[in-house]
Design a protein around this ligand. Structure first.
Ligand code: FE2
Length: 294
């Protein structure tokens, strides 16, 4: 077993803001505890398992021609969320497992996907990658592989997008196994994604936080039940409708990539938390491949 865990690890900047880590400039009074405690439960669950690298697929590195991979060993800089610069101004400093990134890209290319390596050392790493990695491993003591979101769901269809992401997931798994890495995989997307268009004066005022609509809540629960029951095949079948009806951020492909890398799990996932952030549905969910049925 070389994929140690697969995680749905959403990236609302509010969760980092609420934690007050030294890297982030703005200060908060807390907020969104259920999700933050869920991330804490996830970190405790991963602790006994040794791993070498975190591989993250992020909705906010958007590439229009193929799938791109960070291809420089070290990146640092200031990441500012374009929508919430009041909440997220974060100094990052991260290492990349370039050998593994190149191996995944080569495997994906061999499988018919178009890939590119990002070789610009000045490249500003996207906030989805940074936030998911921070919440899973705030010590930043593991290298990462970062994968972009190609636009196939938008340019073609949800079905084409899913097909490509399943292939990318499979290529990821094969490359991880070839190199013998022990990897934790992160799908950085939220679930339902209709959000409020105004912000309260105190962003962490939890009296204002709730899901954007009952319909979105029902969709999120349906999707989480599929995960809890080990019904990922059915979840993939329903995902095009989920994307359209709940405006799901699954449209960026991260979750389908993860499901593909895990070989479409038929075993139960652990839901560490569900909560909303400015009305969007977010869950921290872990798949442990050692639970795969023989
Ligand atoms: Fe996002």
């Amino acid at each position: 077993m070389t994929i140690v865990a697969g995680v749905l690890a959403p990236h609302p900047p509010h969760l980092v803001y609420a934690e007050n880590p030294p890297q982030n400039e703005p200060r908060s009074e807390g907020g969104w505890e259920e999700l933050r405690w869920g991330y804490e439960r996830l970190r405790n669950s991963l602790k006994p398992r040794d791993y070498d690298v975190i591989i993250v697929h992020s909705p906010h590195w958007r590439t229009h021609v193929g799938t791109h991979f960070l291809g420089v060993p070290h990146f640092s800089g200031l990441s500012v969320d374009p929508i919430f610069p009041n909440l997220f101004r974060y100094r990052y400093d991260l290492q990349v497992d370039v050998e593994l990134a190149e191996a995944i890209a080569a495997q994906a290319t061999a499988g018919g996907l178009h890939t590119e390596m990002m070789r610009n050392p000045q490249f500003r790493v996207d906030y989805g990658t940074i936030i998911s990695c921070h919440l899973v491993n705030p010590a930043w003591d593991k290298p990462i592989v970062a994968i972009s979101s190609n636009r196939s769901y938008y340019q073609y269809s949800n079905e084409v997008g899913n097909t490509q992401m399943l292939a990318l997931g499979e290529a990821t798994r094969i490359a991880v196994e070839k190199l013998g890495r022990r990897a934790v995989l992160l799908a950085s997307n939220s679930l339902s994604h209709r959000h409020f268009t105004t912000e309260s004066e105190v962003p962490e005022d939890m009296s204002r936080e709730h899901v954007a609509s009952h319909a979105n809540y029902l969709w999120d629960m349906r999707v989480l039940e599929r995960m809890r029951r080990g019904e990922c095949r059915q979840l993939l079948d329903e995902m095009p409708d989920f994307i359209e009806q709940a405006l799901s951020e699954c449209k960026e492909g991260s979750l389908s990539w993860l499901i593909g890398a895990l070989g479409v799990p038929d075993y139960a996932a652990t839901v560490h938390a569900y909560g909303t952030v400015i009305g969007t549905g977010n869950a921290v969910v872990e798949w442990d491949p050692s639970r795969r049925k023989a």
